[in-house]
Design a binder for this molecule. Structure first.
Ligand SMILES: [Zn+2]
Length: 277
């Protein structure tokens, strides 16, 4: 993927066989603990082999708990510090605080239909879930604010990345030009093939940038979700140099990641985690 602007490449980490990815620019601030999981290093079997982090998958909940324990250990956080999203492919972003800590993992969640989370309190670990959709990590290193959003194709059309920044501005006075953003492993322009109705949604959402995002191929279309998110973030004021794209396709790398499309729906769940230290 040589036409991506901004910075390219997440860092691969290996914690006793558990592989996860981090964003170099986030690490350099020393402000956060974070990571994006792979499918390697867990205890699940079958289609969820092995680091499945989704309770909604075909997996034993005890396996998922153990996988979270391992993922959290690798990242140096406690499992009860986590708060889970409740993803429905929409653009709602919720400000969460210590009241929400544990929701989804150690206690019943009150969070509904929420694809994006923002927070200002240290020790609260935001968690969102993936199997091809695009994870967006946000850090305002000046005001010390974080955000984490699930941006599948519907979220990318609805511009949840911009919604996340807007929520950070409104609740915390974040300046968008200060923000660092990470675009995690997800289905790439190589594999995200769609039919005309989906391509038309992108044409409507990004009218001046269609040629960069939509590539016709026969009677199908290939969509570049990474590019669409970069364009969306840059247009809203994030400096290009502040955006880091993993540029790793989950569908091309089924041996490393769960991929909804690559595994024809029979797959586990990856997770993104972000916490102010
Ligand atoms: Zn691919």
């Amino acid at each position: 993927m040589n036409n991506i602007s901004g910075r390219i490449g997440f860092k691969e980490n290996n914690w006793d066989g558990l592989v996860y990815y981090t964003i170099p620019s986030f690490e350099q601030t020393g402000l956060v603990k974070h990571g994006f999981s792979s499918r390697l290093g867990g205890v699940s079997t079958g289609e969820c082999t092995s680091l499945n982090l989704g309770f909604k998958r075909k997996d034993n909940p005890e396996n998922v708990r153990e996988n979270f324990n391992r993922f959290c250990s690798a990242l140096g956080i406690l499992p009860d510090q986590m708060v889970f999203s409740d993803q429905v492919h929409k653009d709602k972003v919720l400000k969460v605080d210590l009241y929400h800590q544990g929701m989804g993992f150690t206690k019943q969640s009150e969070i509904r239909e929420t694809d994006g989370l923002i927070a200002h309190q240290p020790g609260l670990a935001l968690v969102t879930f993936y199997a091809d959709c695009v994870p967006l990590f946000f850090l305002d290193p000046v005001k010390k604010i974080i955000g984490l959003s699930h941006s599948g194709w519907r979220g990318t059309v609805a511009k949840i990345g911009r919604q996340t920044l807007r929520a950070m501005e409104e609740h915390y006075g974040t300046r968008v030009s200060d923000c660092l953003v990470g675009i995690g492993p997800s289905i790439g322009p190589c594999c995200f093939e769609v039919d005309l109705p989906v391509a038309e949604e992108f044409a409507k959402a990004y009218p001046d940038r269609q040629e960069e995002i939509i590539k016709p191929f026969g009677n199908k279309y290939y969509i570049d979700l990474w590019k669409a998110n970069i364009i969306q973030l840059k247009d809203y004021g994030v400096p290009e140099d502040n955006i880091t794209t993993a540029s790793l396709c989950t569908c091309c790398n089924k041996d490393i990641f769960f991929s909804h499309r690559g595994d024809k729906g029979k797959t586990g769940s990856l997770a993104a985690l972000l916490m102010l230290a």
